[in-house]
Write a protein that binds this ligand. Structure first.
Ligand code: IMP
Length: 208
């Protein structure tokens, strides 16, 4: 059976990806489960580029017995329009990797002081790339649109969720349950889009 290796060490992501890709005729493995290690510099200018760099880098590092495996990698982050798209691809590194999100979120709210509600538009973006055994790469990109709130709200989620407000739902993404969030999130949508891409690939006999 074809192996799909997802380039992450994050177990929450692995649970979500296993669930969404469960219909594919493939075995889904984390890098650790596949026994693969690779240190890749994500120096792309876009989410798409970074996910491609990661997927291709890990595929190149695969041992011979995994030569037929598909490698998936994602890159995601928050784009705030009033800040010219910041923090963008630097979302994890914004103000330093080790700075708490309490501080990062407070700083973003401070930087938006005086920005009216209609200009506080933002989106979470997720790009996922699949590096296929024939050397080709497929990439999908999905978003969820929202607005930056005036204070943190909600206890669930992680990262920038407490300041990412969904006007239609009158809640932040940190106020949603994981199931509710997966249905509408950038990552959930991108995973489902990639599932469709890969289903087509398997249907065409690509991984025979
Ligand atoms: P990664 O590419 O999945 O590692 O995500 C990069 C960074 O983007 C995270 O460390 C968070 O700062 C931010 N981010 C991505 N997705 C979300 C989300 O769903 N909620 C909150 N923050 C997110």
């Amino acid at each position: 059976m074809t192996k799909i290796i997802f380039a992450t060490g994050n177990m929450d992501k692995m649970r979500e990806i296993r669930e969404i890709l469960s219909g594919l005729p493939a075995e889904i493995l984390s890098m650790k489960e596949a026994g693969v290690a690779a240190d890749i510099c994500e120096d792309g200018m876009t989410f798409e580029e970074n996910s491609r760099i990661k997927a291709c880098g890990v595929r190149e590092a695969l041992p011979e017995d995994l030569a037929d495996a598909i490698v998936l990698a994602d890159d995601s982050g928050l784009e705030i329009d009033a800040l010219n798209g910041e923090p963008g691809v630097y979302s994890a590194r914004y103000m330093g990797e080790n700075t708490s999100y309490r501080i990062k979120n407070a700083e973003l709210i401070r930087r938006l002081e005086g920005v009216p509600v209609e200009k506080r538009t933002a989106r979470f973006v997720c790009a996922i790339s699949a590096a296929l055994p024939d050397g080709s790469v497929r990439t999908v990109r999905e978003t969820i649109e929202g607005k930056i709130g005036y204070a943190e709200m909600g206890e669930n989620g992680f990262g920038y969720d407490p300041i990412f407000y969904l006007p239609d739902m009158s809640r932040s993404t940190a106020s949603l349950s994981p199931e509710e969030k997966n249905k509408i999130s950038h990552r959930g949508k991108a995973l489902r889009a990639m599932e469709k891409e890969l289903a087509g690939f398997f249907r065409d006999g690509g991984a025979a």
